[in-house]
Design a protein around this ligand. Structure first.
Ligand code: SF4
Length: 362
């Protein structure tokens, strides 16, 4: 079967390995682009959130490449993510496609539904549960390497001597990670890729600002959706720290890692989960302040209820913890140049604030 999946950051590399390991042909959707967004926007309800539109556009591009099935994740709580799969399926049907969308929900919501959906994927290719376990583990290891390497790239970029070096080396790292087929190979490329990044000429004496990135998961993880915000800030000499990586999210949704701490610190402001990553945007911003970060950028799809709820709470966090927060609402009208100008102004403000704290005349 020809199977596709959402394109999100670098994770298509691990998803491809998983699908191929299960005996199917992986249809990797093209990297999201203006064409993807146009496809998605033309076929979505006007007020659907940006991730919904980009994902729909991606599915349509993958269908053009022959995809017969889409595997995607679901969502729980008072937010539209839980309806994505159903609505995407309905739109594809209305457009005349019989592509099936399989929505994987957390096994802790309904273990039988979870296992049944895995069976519907592995059954047609005759793959055993044992093989599924082995392939899943390999893909999971690859996903963790992708996260590790991307995390490291954000630590190095603000110190690079030649602008663009980190981004170029990072792309090469992704190529070799993609080639790794076994767990020993994956472990080996982790070491090689880290060395490649650590070998980039840097100036460690630079005083860099530190900014945390919080917000809705898709726009935080997919550079097309956030206009390469981490690269833009990194090349301005800002060290960014992303509050979400997919290996965190996967661990959370399968119960391996508790997010209790983030929720606890947010609880004086809001003690209810209100969908998406809203409460985590609040909790992480507080934690960033406690860790001495200079500022926070909140990434929010336009009309995203959880991030809209989080925004006024973040204003209060700014007052209480003295940490500036820049909220960036993203939709199909958002332009890279306008965002760059806002980021430059925000970084100037953070630099002035730090100079004032350090008693440097400005
Ligand atoms: S978290 Fe926001 S962007 Fe994501 S599905 Fe929910 S409303 Fe849409």
């Amino acid at each position: 079967m020809k199977i596709t999946f959402p394109y999100m950051g670098t994770y298509h590399i691990a998803f491809k390995m998983l699908i191929e390991g299960l005996g199917h042909e992986a249809i990797v959707p093209p990297k999201p682009s203006k064409k993807t967004l146009t496809y998605g926007t033309q076929n979505s309800p006007e007020f659907a959130c940006l991730p919904f539109k980009i994902l729909l556009g991606s599915y349509l591009e993958a269908i053009e490449l022959g995809a017969e099935m889409v595997i995607t994740s679901g969502g729980a709580g008072p937010c539209r993510a839980g309806y994505y799969g159903v609505l995407h399926q309905k739109i594809l049907q209305d457009l005349g496609y019989d592509t099936k969308i399989v929505v994987m929900e957390s096994p802790f919501r309904n273990i039988f539904d979870f296992l049944g959906k895995i069976r519907s994927v592995i059954g047609p290719s005759g793959v055993s549960w044992w093989t599924f376990g082995k392939v899943f583990r390999k893909a999971w290891e690859k996903l963790k390497v992708l996260d590790d390497i991307e995390f490291l790239s954000h630590q190095i970029r603000p110190f690079e001597l030649k602008r663009g070096d980190t981004t170029n080396v990072f792309s090469k790292c992704l190529e070799i990670i993609d080639q790794a087929g076994t767990i020993p190979e994956i472990n080996e490329v982790r070491v090689i890729a880290k060395k490649m990044l650590n070998d980039i000429p840097v100036d460690r004496s630079r005083q860099v600002l530190k900014v945390g990135i919080v917000g809705e998961i898709y726009v935080v993880l997919e550079p097309f959706a956030n206009h390469d915000i981490e690269i833009t800030l990194g090349e301005m000499g800002v060290l960014t720290h992303r509050s979400i990586y997919l290996s965190d999210w996967t661990r959370e949704s399968t119960g391996y890692e508790s997010t209790q701490k983030v929720i606890e610190v947010a609880s004086p402001y809001i003690d209810e989960l209100f969908g998406g990553h809203g409460i985590y945007s609040v909790g992480h911003s507080i934690l960033y302040s406690k860790k001495g970060f200079d500022g926070v950028v909140q990434l929010a799809p336009f009309t995203c209820i959880p991030e809209i709820v989080a925004k006024p709470i973040l204003n209060k966090v700014t007052q209480d913890y003295n940490i500036p927060v820049l909220t960036v609402f993203l939709d199909e009208q958002t332009g890279k140049a306008g965002l760059q100008t806002r980021l430059e102004a925000f970084v100037d403000l953070l630099a002035q604030k730090r100079d004032k704290l350090e008693g440097i005349a400005i």
